[in-house]
Ligand binder design. Structure first.
Ligand SMILES: Nc1ncnc2c1ncn2[C@@H]1O[C@H](COP(=O)(O)OP(=O)(O)O)[C@@H](O)[C@H]1O
Ligand SMILES: Nc1ccn([C@@H]2O[C@H](COP(=O)(O)O)[C@@H](O)[C@H]2O)c(=O)n1
Length: 222
């Protein structure tokens, strides 16, 4: 009985999934949440950090990968690293290079935190990952808004041409969204239209996280 009581009082990292289509505003929503809390209590891991390593492929071969398909990700590694964090140990997370279409040689150290946001287009697609999440959020933004944002971002930040963004959008991003991402909306606890502009939606999430952190503080006192 004492063991059961101790188990109940143990802190375990709460995982919050934030998904939605490409350029829907997942990162902006996650960042807006992070900004409200101390960095030692809440952090974000991006599924994109776990795109498979393609160092063994020529650049021209890397361009043929479908980056919007679940098989493009090493989700097993993400799950393993989340489990390590939940066991109270730090992990070294890969840093992805969108211009090279592969992992860089760098990693960054992530310490365990009370709340971990796991962000990405397919984080609700994998049942094992979904089952680790206490809260699941879908950022819902119209396709036309997303493609406009994506054109701008991919040209400014990810080393792409306009032709390249349009071809990739029509051949992979759009069909994969409808096949794999949009169907995961049904698993979401909260759907946030328009992402970070949705002040009420953000307030609800921030209030919920504040109460999770307060509960954890009470466990510290006991
Ligand atoms: N509500 C919004 N209004 C205007 N621009 C936005 C909004 N949300 C995101 N953006 C912009 O759209 C781009 C993609 O947003 P981001 O949050 O990185 O999306 P995702 O993580 O879903 O790909 C960024 O340039 C960001 O500044
Ligand atoms: N080498 C890569 C890897 C990924 N992408 C695209 O990134 C999108 C996911 O990132 P968001 O920030 O938009 O959620 C995804 O749609 C991939 O197409 C890429 O273009 N190249």
């Amino acid at each position: 009985m004492i063991l059961r009581y101790n188990e109940l009082m143990m802190k375990k990292t709460i995982i919050i999934g934030v998904t939605g289509g490409s350029a829907s505003g997942k990162t902006s929503v996650s960042q807006a949440i992070l900004n409200k809390f101390p960095t030692e209590r809440i952090a974000m891991i991006q599924h994109d950090s776990y795109y498979k390593n393609q160092n063994h492929l020529d650049f021209s071969e890397r361009l043929k990968t479908n980056y919007d398909h679940p098989l493009a990700f090493d989700t097993d590694y993400l799950i393993a690293q989340l489990q390590t964090l939940q066991a109270g140990q730090a992990v070294d997370i890969p840093i992805y290079d969108y211009t090279a279409h592969t992992r860089s040689n760098e990693t960054y150290r992530q310490n365990p935190v009370d709340v971990m946001i796991v962000e990405g287009i397919l984080v609700l697609e994998d049942k094992r990952l979904r089952d680790m999440m206490a809260i699941k959020i879908f950022v819902d933004t119209d396709d036309d808004v997303r493609i406009i944002r994506r054109i701008k971002r991919d040209i400014d930040e990810r080393g792409r041409s306009l032709d390249n963004v349009i071809t990739q959008y029509l051949s992979a991003v759009k069909p994969m969204y409808h096949q794999f991402i949009e169907p995961t909306k049904r698993y979401a606890d909260l759907i946030i239209p328009e992402g970070v502009s949705n002040v009420v939606g953000l307030d609800i999430i921030i209030t919920k996280i504040s109460s999770i952190l307060s509960e954890n503080d009470e466990k510290d006192i006991v």
